[in-house]
Design a protein around this ligand. Structure first.
Ligand SMILES: O=C(O)CCC(=O)C(=O)O
Ligand SMILES: [Fe+2]
Length: 197
């Protein structure tokens, strides 16, 4: 495990990773899980492969199958109060969070090492259902620097700066289900692509 510089609060953190617990209460959590389960979730597709996690997105849609990026279904009403909270947490305007991704990880599903697509900038994730570990790694000569963040259910994290751009992240498959809602803003690149320039 690499030594990571202390953050502003004197703890051991990853620059650009911000985290808070108890964003919502258990009743709100149960309501959001029921909403996610009520959507038309599809196995995540990547260049012809089917992943185990089930997803759907709103606002903007990045298609990993053909690498296209296009406007999608507007965010549903039920997501807007949560988006307001996510925006407040990240210090952004709610409208800036133009995209939302819903994921259900059934037992055995995870998400492999990746950086989020460059059409997006800020990444804000809400965790539901069960605890998980968000793992980070960054290549260095001869290996990787590594970092692990425990994500409690009902917590929120924000990836910006170094944590967003320089580090990859992943979540190992678990024996219990987890749901997540990820809001993202468009990057300059995303705005350029979306306006067709
Ligand atoms: O489920 C999560 O919190 C992480 C999702 C994620 O990393 C992604 O969709 O890019
Ligand atoms: Fe991600």
């Amino acid at each position: 495990m690499a030594v990571i510089a202390p953050d502003l609060f004197g703890g051991i953190g990853l620059p650009g990773l911000h985290y808070a617990e108890s964003l919502i209460d258990s009743r709100e959590e149960a309501g959001l899980i029921a909403r996610i389960d009520g959507e038309q979730l599809q196995p995540f597709r990547f260049q012809g492969w089917l992943g185990k996690r089930l997803t759907t997105s709103f606002g903007w849609r990045y298609d990993f199958d053909d690498a296209s990026f296009a406007a999608g279904t507007p965010l549903p009403e039920w997501l807007l109060p949560l988006r307001d909270k996510a925006a407040t947490f990240a210090g952004l305007a709610p409208d800036a969070l133009a995209h939302a991704l819903l994921i259900r990880y059934d037992p055995g599903a995870g998400i492999g090492w990746h950086r989020d697509r460059p059409v997006f900038e800020h990444v804000i994730g809400v965790s539901l259902g069960n605890p998980a570990t968000l793992r980070f790694r960054r290549r260095r000569p001869g290996g990787f620097d590594r970092f692990a963040a425990a994500l409690a259910p009902r917590s929120i994290y924000h990836l910006a700066g170094e944590a967003r751009h320089d580090w990859e992240h992943s979540i190992a498959p678990m024996a219990v289900p987890r749901w997540s809602i990820t809001f993202r803003s468009l990057s300059d690149k995303g705005r350029a692509v979306s306006s067709g320039s």
